[in-house]
Design a protein around this ligand. Structure first.
Ligand code: PEP
Ligand code: MN
Length: 265
């Protein structure tokens, strides 16, 4: 397996340019809204993500919503707002690609292709991003084992693209007190099995705004190379995932604590 530690002993470090690296001893903070909603929302978001100490700006332009009647994203218009906002504030872009047909048109707008949990085993999509030279962030499927996740990553690697980031975003369990169960066990287990960087997404992992900081801190303490956090200028007005999105103030307070935890490991 190309993604295994047996195949490659040293940690893979993904270099996004401008001193922004993911993996190894680097601590990466990805933050931004669930969905791109407007130009103003993305400019405001980029400003507070940068001020908080983030490196990458997130925001979905194509949204995999559970209901077909929920907001589906601004599509290409959203990609333009995301890119402009990130460039203005010196951030890199991560956004979800849902369809093979969008891979090439999205290429100039994003620095990292995000594969959503619902597409973790969309093997044709994995092969399509595997044929590009762009980093891919693969989110664990909500009913996927660690082995399933690594096999999905192997589909990307087998096409020649080894710039893969794994994201633990919570799995479905019998527990209903939280949106998902953030499987932090996966972090040390994955670090032993693979050389790829591992990011924790506490937002989808727990789904409750006030509890997101605790799980972000726990993710770094478990050894993750970074976090991906949903944050919105006005979470109560968000078009998706507002109930789990941090306010700018919460993000600002959290990031320095994550850096302190990372330093003592
Ligand atoms: C997201 O990051 O907003 C998202 C849709 O996540 P997931 O694919 O993990 O549900
Ligand atoms: Mn979301």
């Amino acid at each position: 397996q190309l993604v295994s530690r047996d195949y490659k002993k040293t940690d893979t470090i993904i270099d996004l340019g401008d001193q922004i690296k993911i993996g190894g001893n680097h601590l990466t903070v990805i933050a931004g809204p669930c969905s791109v909603e407007s130009q103003e929302q993305m400019m405001t978001s980029a400003a507070f993500v940068k001020a908080a100490g983030g490196q990458l700006l997130r925001g979905g332009a194509y949204k995999p919503r559970t209901s077909p009647y929920s907001f589906q994203g601004l599509e290409e218009e959203g990609l333009i707002y995301l890119r402009q906002a990130a460039d203005r504030y010196g951030l890199k872009v991560i956004t979800e690609v849902m369809d093979i047909e969008h891979v090439s048109e999205m290429t100039p707008y994003t620095d990292v292709f995000q594969i959503g949990a619902r597409n973790m085993q969309n093997f044709k999509l994995l092969e399509a991003v595997g044929k590009t030279q762009k980093p891919v962030a693969l989110k664990r499927g909500m009913a996927a084992t660690v082995t399933d996740l690594l096999n999905a990553a192997e589909y990307i690697a087998a096409q020649g693209n080894l710039q893969i980031i794994l994201i633990e975003r919570g799995i479905r369990t019998f527990e209903t007190a939280t949106r998902n169960t953030l499987d932090l066990n996966a972090v040390p287990v994955l670090k032993e099995l693979t050389h790829l960087p591992i990011i924790v997404d506490p937002s989808h992992g727990i789904g409750i705004r006030k509890h997101v900081p605790a799980m972000a801190k726990a993710g770094i303490a478990a050894g993750a190379h970074g976090v991906m956090i949903e944050a919105h200028p006005e979470p109560t007005l968000a078009l998706s995932d507002g109930e789990q999105s941090l306010t700018p103030e919460m993000l600002q307070k959290l990031v320095p604590t994550l850096r302190r935890i990372h330093e003592i490991l």
